[in-house]
Design a protein around this ligand. Structure first.
Ligand code: AHR
Length: 538
């Protein structure tokens, strides 16, 4: 093992000298198809990173396409089986998955949403045009009460995105009072009259969404001034102190973060700071090539670097790390065929084996950066972008658990455990910023591990389409008594769970071998696979 680590270092040094034509050429024999690639890894059980907050597995639902209408909500009179208007099979699947937190109502929609439109008798709610997502007429039948009821049904913590773009501090302040004041105020009485005498106790409040873009095209200093004003009028109602999320950058925009935080320094800082980072895909979801897939996968090391750099900037203003870094929109955003959108709604996107690998690359890096993150919300929950469920259109009775759903399910065991330091002999995030003229390395083994008492969970991803990997993983500071494994795999990158074959890609049992001393395990990862190993420690 030590030899492997030494080899890794000398390879990297070699690459840095520029003597290497390509990093790919330095990878072990077999990676380009002749036989399984050999990979070595180490899990440092005695080197803890931080808690894998269940909120890393959060979700996002916007009034967009068929995410809310037709996805989550079909209405109580629908012929589609439902529980008080919520699609029944979606509720079952989401409960099985466990959704720690759900962000709503946008997205871009949030900065043109006025919460009062979505309360009171449904037939009296005003109809509004959704200006961001195709100009359809929104009937507001899904509003605050429906959203909170849905969260309660699936066990999720609600996370509201309040309107800054076309709103006012008073609007957010009143929404908070309506939700959280137990009684004795006009707004609390109105909530009770609308069917909810008990307060909703909503903790998470985003102050605007993408204020640099669809939220109002603010400069960072102006967005921070808005945050400051909104925060003045956001008190604790009914014992629920609001956790205010300030609007952070698109990707790793350090200029935005400097401008935003510098404006707020010395005053009320946000409790959370949100960034968005989509992994764009050049092709339609089911028509990816190996090249387009590699390009998309190679965005993930950049996400990891962005988290490290944005956290470092925050630390400059907040050395105690009281401000939580929140990646509240992320996921693959492919080129969506017009026909799919016409048939099934805006940004309707199928998940494939590639998407599942992408999800796992993201979830692995969240574990590795567990000390720097507070929450992550994949975009979006149903039908839109990298969803965990798809339905065959807003009227369609069928819903399907996507490959991304199963990737999330494979990571569920990490929740609330302590993330551990890991190493692999592949490239590191910094290698994905090669010197000019140097190629990027191809995607390689991705790993994360967490532990609680005698349980260790290890997630491994082989993102290569052209070679399986034999991984030998050493445990430092712990030994394993036994292990079991599960895998999600399809050698076809474009394989999906469609309506005619909803279980094409699902989790299967897999082989893992723990050596006699319990110091090492070995596992073979077929090309394009996500595996979870559960180890019982001695
Ligand atoms: O998730 C789709 C859109 O992407 C959201 O509305 C917006 O916040 C982001 O640009």
């Amino acid at each position: 093992m030590m030899l492997a680590m030494t080899e890794r270092l000398s390879r990297r040094d070699f690459a840095r000298t520029g003597a290497a034509a390509t990093l790919a050429a330095l990878l072990p024999q077999g990676i380009f198809g002749d036989s399984a690639a050999k990979r070595k890894a180490v899990i440092h059980a005695d080197s803890e990173i931080g808690t894998v907050r269940p909120e890393f597995h959060g979700h996002f639902a916007e009034h967009l396409g068929s995410c809310v209408y037709g996805g989550i909500w079909v209405g109580p009179k629908s012929p589609i089986p439902n529980i008080d208007g919520f699609r029944q099979d979606a509720v079952t699947y989401l409960k099985e998955l466990g959704v720690p937190v759900l962000r709503w109502p946008g997205g871009c929609f949030a900065d043109d949403y006025h919460w009062r439109d979505g309360i009171g008798p449904a037939e009296k709610r005003p109809k509004r045009v959704n200006i961001h997502w195709g100009g359809y007429v929104e009937d507001n039948s899904f509003g605050t009460h429906e959203f909170v009821a849905f969260c309660r049904l699936i066990g999720a913590e609600p996370y509201f995105a309040a309107n800054v773009g076309t709103g006012q501090p008073r609007e957010m302040r009143d929404w908070m009072e309506y939700c959280n004041q137990p009684s004795a105020s006009a707004l609390a009485d109105e909530r009770a009259a609308n069917g909810s005498p008990s307060p909703f106790a909503v903790k998470y409040w985003g102050v605007g969404n993408e204020l640099w873009g669809c939220g109002g095209q603010f400069r960072p200093e102006a967005a921070a001034a808005e945050f400051r004003r909104y925060a003045v009028f956001a008190p604790t109602f009914g014992g629920t102190r609001p956790y205010l999320v300030g609007c952070g950058p698109s990707g790793n925009d350090t200029r935005w973060t400097h401008g935003f935080l510098e404006t707020l320094a010395g005053g009320r800082m946000p409790d959370g700071y949100s960034m968005h980072f989509y992994e764009r895909g050049a092709l339609p979801p089911e028509k990816f090539t190996d090249g387009a897939m590699a390009t998309q996968f190679n965005i993930f090391p950049r996400v990891e670097q962005a988290i490290v750099q944005q956290r470092a900037l925050l630390d400059g203003y907040d050395p105690q790390r009281r401000i939580g870094l929140i990646l509240d929109e992320w996921g693959v955003w492919d080129r969506i065929p017009r026909e799919d959108e016409q048939q099934r709604g805006r940004l309707w996107q199928q998940s494939t084996m590639r998407s599942a690998v992408a999800a796992a690359l993201g979830l692995n890096l969240f574990n590795r950066q567990a000390d720097k993150l507070y929450m992550c919300n994949i975009a979006q929950m149903v039908n839109v972008l990298q969803s965990v469920l798809v339905t065959d259109g807003p009227e369609g009775p069928r819903s399907v658990r996507t490959t991304t759903y199963y990737a999330y399910l494979l990571f569920k065991g990490h929740r609330a455990k302590t993330a551990l330091k890991v190493e692999t002999d592949g490239p590191k995030p910094a290698d994905f910023n090669p010197a000019p003229g140097q190629p990027e390395p191809p995607p390689d083994l991705s790993l994360s591990a967490s532990r609680q008492g005698a349980e260790m969970v290890v997630s491994l991803v082989n993102p290569r389409p052209d070679a399986s990997m034999d991984v030998e993983c050493a445990l430092r500071g712990a030994s394993a008594r036994r292990g079991t494994a599960q895998i999600l795999h399809d050698s076809d990158r474009n394989a999906a769970n469609g309506f005619d074959h909803p279980d094409r890609v699902t989790i299967q049992p897999h082989q893992v071998a723990v050596d006699g001393a319990g110091a090492t395990f070995r596992i073979t990862l077929p090309a394009l696979s996500v595996a979870t190993v559960n180890l019982e420690l001695s």
